[in-house]
Design a protein around this ligand. Structure first.
Ligand SMILES: N[C@@H](CCC(=O)N[C@@H](CS)C(=O)NCC(=O)O)C(=O)O
Length: 228
């Protein structure tokens, strides 16, 4: 059994999709990041960077519990644990790893900052909005070019690069990031393929798609934006 420390954000969704696609038994431990749960000492003991997602695998290596934070590390751990979505060919392993790291190091941080400055920041900062919106457009263009010749991000087979990237590009995120999907037809085709997968649908439905459960106070809001 895996304890899954989760909130319905893109990084949370992608890991929920993985747990479904890998067909693993898990139970959800909600961490309401808008109410400050990520700053609780018990959670920091599991996720030192006070971010979701994190997992505790009670059937870890050697039969002992094992904790993993950082979504990319969680994905590699699940591949190693199960052998699923992990190609046997070392070249393809390297390709998959590149696109996994690409998502964690580029799509996540840039899209995240774009969403912050466009949708959540208290003040409008035109330089930041332009900077991150431009990066999002560039990254959409990059993925659109890749998907012109491949069915999925790391090749023709669905895999962890698709699971990690998909929740960052759903309609709700496109609206937040100011993306016109008509400009990226290969991404649009791939999104439709992802949406058709039952594992993706189940992962996205784990806690729905609403970040806001409870009423954040000024104090929890400050904690969320790290101004405390
Ligand atoms: N590099 C981390 C990023 C995780 C992350 O940024 N999680 C966000 C939700 S998508 C979070 O927990 N935010 C809480 C906060 O900012 O206080 C990963 O890939 O796991």
């Amino acid at each position: 059994m895996i304890d899954f420390y989760y909130w319905p954000t893109p990084n949370g969704h992608k890991t929920a999709i993985a747990l479904e696609e890998f067909e693993l038994d898990y139970r959800v431990k909600p961490i309401n990041i808008l109410m400050g749960d990520q700053h609780a000492a018990e959670f920091i003991a599991i996720s030192p960077n006070n971010r979701v997602p994190a997992i505790v695998d009670h059937d870890g290596p050697g039969g002992k519990p094992h904790t993993v934070f950082e979504s990319g590390a969680i994905f590699l751990y699940l591949c190693q644990k199960t052998g699923k979505f992990w190609p046997t060919d070392p070249v393809q392993q390297s390709v998959v790893t590149q696109w996994l790291f690409f998502q964690c190091a580029n799509i996540g941080p840039m899209f995240g900052q774009c969403g912050h400055f466009r949708g959540y920041a208290d003040e409008q900062v035109p330089y930041a909005i332009d900077r991150y919106s431009g990066e999002v457009q560039r990254l959409y263009g990059l993925i659109d070019r890749e998907l012109a010749t491949k069915k999925c991000i790391a090749g023709d087979d669905f895999g962890i690069a698709d699971m990690t990237t998909y929740p960052w590009m759903i309609d709700q995120q496109q609206a937040l990031h100011g993306v016109d999907i008509a400009k990226f037809p290969n991404v649009a085709r791939w999104l439709a393929d992802m949406e058709a997968r039952p594992g993706v649908q189940r992962g996205m439905a784990v806690m729905g798609n609403d970040l806001k459960v409870g009423d954040p106070t000024e104090e929890t809001r400050k904690a969320f934006f790290n101004r405390d």
